[in-house]
Design a protein around this ligand. Structure first.
Ligand code: APR
Length: 236
């Protein structure tokens, strides 16, 4: 089976109704990114940050995967698929993707403020008790916090993601402005001969030396076109 790796960003979930970050009307226009998405912001005002992610989590329960998520998941039966996502939502999993690497954490999980990547402190929040409160404790006794990788923090899942991209036969980038590193640097690990596609309705800044085929459409329409191309050029 050919190895197909997706790298997805906020645009992947835009058609489900979740705002992107940097488009006009995006989340970072409404909220100061350094206040709600940096480790310094969390130290400064943990209550505000915890409340911000409680709201995001409640919104997530109101949305469902879009056709694009479902088309990605549908490829699991024909390819060896890994989805590397910058999204903290669980819409790839809900659509049925089995192999998902979350680079920037997961909204439905909480962890320790002292040691956020300690696996024994990471818990999934139950759907009937979604909110984190000040005073809630992680297993190590520290304040429970969202399991989100904030600006200023390390990205431990980048190593497994690099290994996936290095062994990809086909790499498909969907809905990311490629502004945030180390995720944006993943493209440079594609081996020569790897087919690279980009699905995004807008122009995206990427290394012009990379042989990228841009499908200039939204995630769902773009996935339909990709599947057509793959079926013609790589009979499965
Ligand atoms: N389908 C596909 N792509 C879309 C769609 C759509 N329907 N609508 C918008 N887009 C594209 C935009 O053109 C843009 O290129 O999605 C991209 C969204 O870019 P950003 O808002 O910058 O989101 P992303 O790249 O995922 O951000 C990376 O930054 O704020 C941090 O941690 C956060 O994971 C996030 C990271």
């Amino acid at each position: 089976m050919k190895k197909l790796v997706f790298l997805t960003g906020a645009g992947m979930s835009a058609e489900s109704g979740i705002s992107t970050f940097r488009d006009s009307g995006g989340l970072w226009e409404q909220y100061p990114v350094e206040a709600v998405a940096s480790i310094e912001g969390y130290y400064r005002n943990p209550e505000l940050v915890i409340r911000f992610y409680n709201e995001r989590r409640r919104q997530l329960l109101e949305v469902t995967p879009c056709e694009g998520h479902r088309l990605v998941a549908g490829l699991d039966s024909s390819y060896d698929v890994t989805v590397v996502t910058q999204n903290v939502d669980n819409l790839h999993e809900k659509a049925g993707s089995h192999n998902v690497i979350h680079l920037h954490g997961e909204l439905m999980k909480a962890t320790s403020s002292r040691d956020p990547n300690n696996p024994s402190c990471i818990v999934t929040l139950p759907e009937d008790s979604l909110d984190i409160h000040m005073g809630d404790k992680a297993k190590d006794g520290s304040q429970l916090r969202p399991f989100i990788v904030w600006f200023g923090e390390s990205v431990p899942m980048i190593e497994p993601a690099i290994m996936e991209v290095q062994s990809a036969d086909i790499l498909v980038v969907i809905g990311t402005s490629l502004n945030v590193y180390p995720a944006a640097g993943l493209l440079s690990y594609a081996r020569s001969g790897c087919q690279i596609f980009l699905i995004d309705p807008n122009d995206v800044n990427f290394d012009p030396s990379l042989p990228i085929r841009h499908i200039k459409k939204g995630a769902s329409e773009g996935m339909k076109e990709l599947i057509q191309i793959l079926t013609c050029s790589n009979p499965i």
